[in-house]
Unconditional design. Structure first.
Length: 109
């Protein structure tokens, strides 16, 4: 997956610079998500192997309660998902800073 600047920084799809109609069209195709949701989604998209909620907190520098709520909203909107590990038949998991196993979140393609 190629990561573009709009994935990492603005979350706005590509558009013609200084063209208000092009920007409006780009914004129309952008899902209706908040700034914090867009920040989290951009970080997860930049990591094809997914991120745990703990890793999302680290990369975004958001507090646990803020990050967890926004991640849940992105799951409900169908923009984040978990994936089944074929070796275990369970969702992909990785250890957190505390050493406990946590589900890995992936951006929906």
């Amino acid at each position: 997956m190629t990561v573009t600047q709009y994935d990492l920084f603005t979350g706005t799809p590509p558009h013609v610079r200084y063209s208000s109609t092009s920007l409006a069209a780009a914004e129309d195709i952008t899902p209706n998500i908040s700034r914090l949701q867009r920040q989290i989604l951009s970080v997860v998209r930049a990591h094809p192997k997914g991120l745990t909620r703990d890793e999302i907190e680290i990369y975004t520098n958001l507090r646990h309660t803020t990050s967890s709520a926004r991640v849940r909203e992105l799951f409900l909107k169908g923009l984040l998902e978990t994936r089944i590990d074929p070796r275990t038949g369970k969702s992909h998991r990785r250890p957190t800073r505390s050493g406990k196993q946590a589900e890995v979140c992936f951006a929906v393609q």
